[in-house]
Design a protein around this ligand. Structure first.
Ligand code: SF4
Ligand code: SF4
Length: 438
């Protein structure tokens, strides 16, 4: 009897201009496949045979099975899904819908960390739980894969757990970023019950001077490590932290942390509205980035290390074909991600906070995403980072950290003129890969 196979229940499919995407909700893995492979995946929403040896999707089968996307079916018939219908499949550069939506659910916070990107607007109106749940329904319709809820400090938002649970009920994977100070046993239990997949604790200066912060972050991490939730730490790699980053990573490992996300200091999200003095003295120069790369290379076999979108140039030695095979995308602001702010504005990411496409209070999210007003530069299929990035062979995979490029353009010009949108293609002058690329 021929063995029949079916997509795992946890797999979400989405048609795209280049073919399609498959996201495994339990494993947090996204695959991008061409049209033939996508059509095959759609057929396996119902049980059936594997593709024949001559089928173009045949070579993907071992990987699909290994990653848990395809499973053998035995016994009783299994409920079949139907292929999702998309009204817009993107343009190949911009996806039909974000992979991840960042929710800056509140700008309130109990701390005032230097370098925080969030513009603090006291008393500004916040979307309600009902507003967020309405958005979850819209995102589920668009097949958005996951959300990351941050702030400000998201645990200050009344109704946070309901918003997270609502995401899970709509089939979206909810994740949370917090400073950890308000986490207690009860809160961790609520996060578990809401179905949160991962919590990242922002711990900006482990081993630093602030003893209270230190104790709060390690207490929060211990509570999370005792739960079913995946736990990670966000480390802001300032030049001061770089001086002791091996000790910091060892400290996190000793605590039981396995996942560490390294973040690059970035300029204020809204030009002219933030602490540029902090950024100017904490930005990473090329020498810092080279040092960071050396440390991360020596720790990558020990910890599961991730870098943020502005640090993908650290991986660019891998070359274009490996970056493509591994699905590595750097700065994809407004193409694959976006941020929704507490007042409903939608921006291409959290660090281009002035480029809003409109407000979810006034327009359906799908329309805002598709029209991308103010995002034309980032979405230009022919647009490429210039300056130091001109001619770089991995430019389509890296993207040249547009928030930093834009700030540098302003810095060079000495004014905001010509930088609000067009500056995003100025290139990353500190890139450690640049010397090799030219
Ligand atoms: S030169 Fe620019 S595009 Fe190339 S790796 Fe560096 S930052 Fe990225
Ligand atoms: S502009 Fe690009 S590099 Fe900067 S935060 Fe946004 S996505 Fe990341």
């Amino acid at each position: 009897m021929t063995q029949v196979w079916q997509l795992a229940d946890a797999v979400v499919l989405r048609s795209e201009a280049f073919g399609g995407m498959a996201f495994h909700r339990d494993r947090g893995i996204t695959l991008e496949v061409d049209r033939e492979a996508y059509d095959f995946l759609c057929t396996r929403l119902t049980p059936g045979p594997l593709p024949s040896a001559s089928h173009p999707a045949n070579h993907l089968v071992p990987q699909l099975v290994h990653l848990g996307f395809l499973q053998p079916v035995s016994g009783m018939a299994i409920l079949a899904g139907t292929p999702p219908q998309a009204s817009w499949t993107g343009d190949g550069i911009t996806l039909s819908a974000p992979e991840t939506v960042h929710l800056a659910i509140t700008t309130r916070c109990i701390f005032s960390c230097p370098g925080c990107y969030v513009p603090h607007q006291e008393g500004s109106p916040e979307l309600t739980v009902a507003d967020w749940c309405d958005l979850m329904a819209q995102w589920a319709q668009m097949q958005v894969f996951q959300i990351t809820v941050g702030g400000g400090e998201p645990l200050l938002y009344d109704g946070l757990f309901e918003v997270l649970a609502c995401a899970r009920q709509h089939g979206l994977v909810p994740n949370l970023t917090t400073n950890g100070a308000l986490l207690n046993k009860e809160a961790v239990l609520h996060l578990e019950e809401a179905g949160v997949a991962r919590v990242n604790v922002s711990w900006n200066s482990p081993g630093g001077d602030d003893r209270d912060r230190e104790l709060a972050a390690s207490r929060a991490l211990r509570l999370l490590l005792d739960s079913k939730i995946q736990v990670g730490v966000n480390l802001l790699a300032t030049p001061v932290l770089l001086l002791r980053i091996p000790q910091v990573l060892a400290q996190l490992q000793a605590l039981g942390i396995q996942r560490v996300t390294v973040l690059r200091p970035k300029p204020p999200a809204i030009p002219g509205d933030g602490d540029t003095a902090w950024y100017d003295s904490n930005r990473l120069r090329r020498a810092d980035l080279l040092r960071l790369r050396a440390v991360l290379n020596s720790w990558q076999a020990v910890l599961a290390l991730e870098v943020d979108s502005a640090l993908v140039s650290l991986m660019c030695d891998a070359g274009p074909s490996r970056l493509r095979r591994r699905g590595i995308h750097g700065c994809t602001t407004g193409q694959r991600i976006c941020t929704v702010w507490p007042d409903g504005r939608v921006t291409p990411c959290s660090f281009l906070g002035d480029l809003d496409a409109g407000n979810v209070r006034h327009m359906p999210f799908a329309e805002l995403w598709k029209r991308g007003r103010n995002w034309e530069m980032q979405r230009d299929p022919d647009g490429r980072p210039q300056g130091s990035c001109t001619g770089c062979v991995v430019v389509v995979h890296c993207g040249g950290a547009r928030c930093i490029a834009r700030y540098d353009r302003r810095y060079a010009a000495g004014s905001l003129q010509d930088t609000l949108s067009s500056g995003v293609f100025a290139g990353d002058a500190e890139c450690p890969y640049y010397q090799k690329a030219t």
